[in-house]
Design a protein around this ligand. Structure first.
Ligand code: TPP
Length: 278
């Protein structure tokens, strides 16, 4: 099994390097989703370096925990985390979005590189995770399923069908995380279609809810995962308040950087801020 740590300094350093590599990959690809990749980094690093039972050297291990990236467009962050965890060489990140690459702009099911589900069409990942959680229960497996949703996905009816199924089936082996960065494609969610009150809605749908004021704070993320593991009889959701574009001042809370890659100049600024020379 992959070694796990709760050492915050180690996790922060991994997050810094994950950001550097995902930005270099996006820059090389000249397209892709910058803002929503950066907002998920601490959540994904916490999952793959502290929470999940998994083995990058044996990616088909039957008793591994499963992770579904429902917000598939944020996959540059997941690829970077998977590379750092040892699923494939970091150099492969530079093939992002190239023809023939295993690392497409939205993830395709490929256990060899640690991708558990094809996603990108928003609103479907939690249904896939529900299926995995039900299958694990039917097989009598003591494994956990995690799904990362965007807040934009909560504007979609299909998400609420899945949210209903999880609690109806009492899937306490399931933990959802919402990357609550408050932006969607074309701007701030409150200006397009507000979805508040988010925690109350999940609670009303039968979930145990934990809201994190700072979804980039490792100790809070880790303790929420701990609570999730201890919760019995219902599924658990972590509403993580995050910053779109987190980690690079020129990208933070700028709707414009939802779906564009860093330019040459922007990459220089980013690498400088992240403590790496261009
Ligand atoms: C079903 C579906 N409709 C539209 C899109 C196009 N799309 C890509 S990202 C996105 C929304 C981005 O906002 P959010 O989902 O909150 O993601 P984040 O801010 O975390 O990047 C949309 C509408 C899609 N991928 N799937």
């Amino acid at each position: 099994m992959h070694e796990r740590t709760k050492n915050v300094d180690i996790l922060k350093e991994i997050a810094r390097r994950v950001r550097i590599d995902l930005l270099k990959a996006l820059h090389r690809a000249k397209s892709g989703h910058t803002g929503g990749s950066l907002s998920s980094v601490e959540i994904l690093v916490s999952l793959y370096f502290s929470e999940l039972r998994h083995n990058p050297k044996n990616p088909r291990w039957g008793d591994r925990d499963r992770f579904v990236l429902s917000k598939g467009h944020g996959v540059p962050a997941l690829y970077s985390v998977l590379a750092h965890a040892g699923y494939f060489a970091r150099e492969e990140l530079m093939s992002l979005r190239k023809p023939g690459s295993r690392l497409q702009g939205h993830p395709e099911y490929d256990l060899e590189i640690g991708i558990e589900a094809t996603t990108g069409s928003l609103g479907h990942g939690l249904s896939a995770a529900n299926g995995m959680a039900l299958a694990a229960r039917m097989d009598g497996k003591d494994i956990r399923i995690y799904a990362l949703l965007s807040d934009g996905e909560l504007q979609e009816g299909a998400s609420w069908e899945a949210i209903t199924t999880s609690s109806y089936r009492k899937l306490d082996n399931l933990c959802a995380i919402v990357d609550r960065n408050r932006f969607q494609n074309d701007g701030a969610m409150k200006d397009i279609k507000d979805i508040e009150p988010v925690p109350d809605k999940w609670r009303a749908f039968g979930w145990e809810v934990e809201t994190l004021p700072d979804g980039h704070d490792f100790p809070s993320i880790l303790s929420a995962f701990e609570k999730a593991r201890q919760t019995k009889g219902k599924p658990f959701v972590i509403i993580a308040n995050t910053i779109k574009g987190k980690g690079v001042s020129i990208f933070e809370n700028q709707g414009k950087y939802h779906g564009v890659a860093p330019t040459d100049d922007e990459l220089k600024v980013a690498l400088n801020e992240l403590g790496e020379a261009a």
